[in-house]
Every structure is written in C-alpha cells, then in structure tokens.
Design a protein around this ligand. Structure first.
Ligand SMILES: NC(=O)N[C@H]1NC(=O)NC1=O
Length: 174
C-alpha cells in the first residue's frame, strides 16, 4: 500500500486498518486521520507521535495501561490482540520455562505496584534475555523516567506495526 492509497482511505477504513498501531487506542488513529494527506509513512508516524506527546500525563499513562502484560493473563487466556500475540511470540514470551514465567509475573506485578502502569517494551526490537533483564532493571528507575521510557517503547511498537501494514505485501484488513 503506498501513501496515496493510505490518503485515499475513508476514516472507517483507515481506523479498521491502522486502529491498533497504538495498542487498543483507536482514538489516536481516528484523530490523526484529520491531518491527511500525509506526505510519507514517516509523516503519518510523526503525526501519531506528536498527538501522543501533546497528551497530558494522564493520557500517556492511559496509553501504557492499554498494553497487556508481557507473558501475562491475556497471553494465557488467548485474548491478546493479533499484533501483540505475534510480537510476544517472536520474543519467546509464549514459551517461557516455569521459572522464567514466575519471575516475569512477579516483576510485572512489582513494576505495576511501583508505577501504576504496566512495563512496556517493544518486544520485536529485543529478545527474551534482554526483556527479563530490563524488566528487573527498570523496576529501579524513577517514575518520570519510566513514563518517558514506556512512551518511547510505545512509539517503537507503533513504528514497526505501521511498517508491517504499509510496507508488507500482506493483505490488509480491508
Ligand atoms: N507490555 C508490553 O510491552 N506489551 C507489548 N510489547 C509489545 O511489543 N507488544 C505488546 O503488546
């Protein structure tokens, strides 16, 4: 799909296709449709990032809270979004040993207790070993640093999801 095809989409189709580039936040997609035409995929990505950056802290926290835990309840109950399921599987989060699974569950809970939002990392840009290490290390950070870091990870996830939709030849959801 080239950018002119993206620009020609109705808002219904645009939200259908791009509604989950930020996990469970189709409102962001619906809002940026107003900024068409986009000159490039990078311009679409930049518009999404600007929208996120302009949100109050509570809005940014809300975005983080829309993310499922890594190797958490949604993965075990099969209720992850397709995108999240693929990302978590690629990082091996669906095939943890029982010791790893308990460690991740314990650290996820510790992280949420400490910060009030879940640990978010772009799973496709890393691997299981680094996720486990970062989960433990990032629990020690200050809250403001983790908010900023979590939002940077959301933007990375968004970038890779956008690229998957626009640059791949895979049939989209139209
Ligand atoms: N909690 C968290 O990081 N979740 C995610 N990361 C990712 O790459 N996809 C997700 O759903």
């Amino acid at each position: 799909m080239d950018i002119s095809a993206v620009n020609a989409l109705s808002y219904e189709d645009f939200v259908n296709i791009f509604g989950n580039v930020v996990e469970k936040c189709p409102l962001i997609t619906a809002a940026v449709w107003t900024s068409r035409p986009f000159t490039s995929l990078n311009a679409l990505e930049a518009t999404i990032n600007e929208f996120i950056d302009a949100l109050p802290e509570s809005g940014k926290e809300g975005i983080l809270r829309c993310h499922p835990d890594l190797a958490g309840r949604d993965l075990h109950s099969g209720t992850l979004t397709r995108e999240s399921r693929e990302e978590q599987a690629r990082a091996g989060m669906d095939a943890l040993s029982s010791a790893e699974a308990s460690r991740v569950a314990r650290l996820n809970e510790e992280y949420k207790r400490r910060f009030g939002f879940p640990f978010v990392i772009c799973a496709r840009a890393t691997d299981k070993t680094r996720i486990l290490r970062e989960l433990s290390e990032r629990c020690q950070n200050a809250r403001a640093a983790e908010m900023a870091r979590g939002i940077e990870e959301v933007k990375k996830i968004c970038r890779l999801r956008l690229q998957g939709l626009v640059l791949s030849d895979a049939p989209n959801k139209l």
